[in-house]
Design a protein around this ligand. Structure first.
Ligand code: ATP
Length: 236
């Protein structure tokens, strides 16, 4: 087990956003977390990456309790989250942003190879390599956020809505990249509104509703589950 959440609860002031979340991610998996707006997907990611303290429950990563570990120390251990939406450095160029993603690495050759790969996968980023990140379109900034996370080659990559703001063709591409990165050995936990794509790429998935996990199974099982179909796949 690479990641294990046990009975996690989380509060925003008096609002309880998570009501006892338990989930696991095994080494080598892609696991998808799906659910409607406000279900608690982003909050679960914040709990895992340490951006928000949990009220109770435990989080184990690679056999160690990280429930109270600082977020930056989780990154050092190989837990890296690509921010939702536009979490890039607007004043830095595209290349500098990507470089920042590799700041915990020392393997120069590996970093250079990954940079080339990210730029090949996202030709728009290559075209705009010298431009400040803040001048990119919303969709391009989202690609940059994902590209930057890929540059860190984490053991567990957390992706919050990687397809948000991308044109349909690019959505396909970003999921191809996610699959490729996983096949090269990176475990991935992703949150997605695009349940169809996420579940068809994921080994396993969890369905969140109002801060609770209400269903789990293999990606295929959830894709064919009538209740999931009706609520999240737009099929009655
Ligand atoms: P979305 O896809 O809209 O981001 P989500 O499933 O990621 O939805 P969360 O953003 O995790 O949902 O929100 C879960 C609940 O916590 C919601 O009721 C939301 O209103 C509340 N919430 C989220 N962030 C905060 C915050 N900073 N302060 C107070 N309440 C919050």
């Amino acid at each position: 087990m690479l990641l294990e959440l046990e009975n996690i609860t989380l509060l925003y002031g008096r609002i309880q956003a998570l009501h006892g979340i338990s989930l696991t991610v095994d080494e080598g998996e892609i696991v998808a977390l799906i659910g409607a707006n406000g279900a608690g997907k982003s909050t679960t990611m914040r709990a895992i990456s340490g951006l928000r303290p949990v009220a109770s429950g435990s989080i184990r990563f690679d056999g160690e309790d990280i429930t109270r570990l600082r977020a930056d120390l989780r990154v050092v251990r190989g837990l890296c989250q690509a921010p939702e939406g536009r979490g890039i450095f607007p004043g830095m160029t595209v290349l500098e942003n990507l470089d920042m993603g590799a700041y915990t690495r020392k393997d120069r050759a590996g970093i250079a190879a990954d940079l080339e790969r990210v730029l090949a996968l996202f030709p728009r980023l290559a075209e705009r390599a010298k431009q400040p990140g803040g001048t990119l379109s919303g969709g391009e900034q989202q690609m940059l956020a994902v590209g930057r996370a890929l540059m860190s080659r984490p053991r567990l990559l957390l992706l919050d809505e990687p397809s948000m703001g991308l044109a349909p063709m690019l959505i396909q591409q970003i999921f191809d990249i996610i699959t490729e990165i996983n096949q090269q050995g990176t475990t991935i936990l992703l949150v997605e509104q695009n349940a169809q794509q996420a579940l068809s790429r994921a080994h396993r998935g969890y369905v969140l509703e109002t801060g609770n996990i209400v269903r789990s199974g293999t990606g295929a099982e959830l894709l064919h589950d009538p209740a999931v179909k009706e609520a999240y796949l737009g099929v009655a």
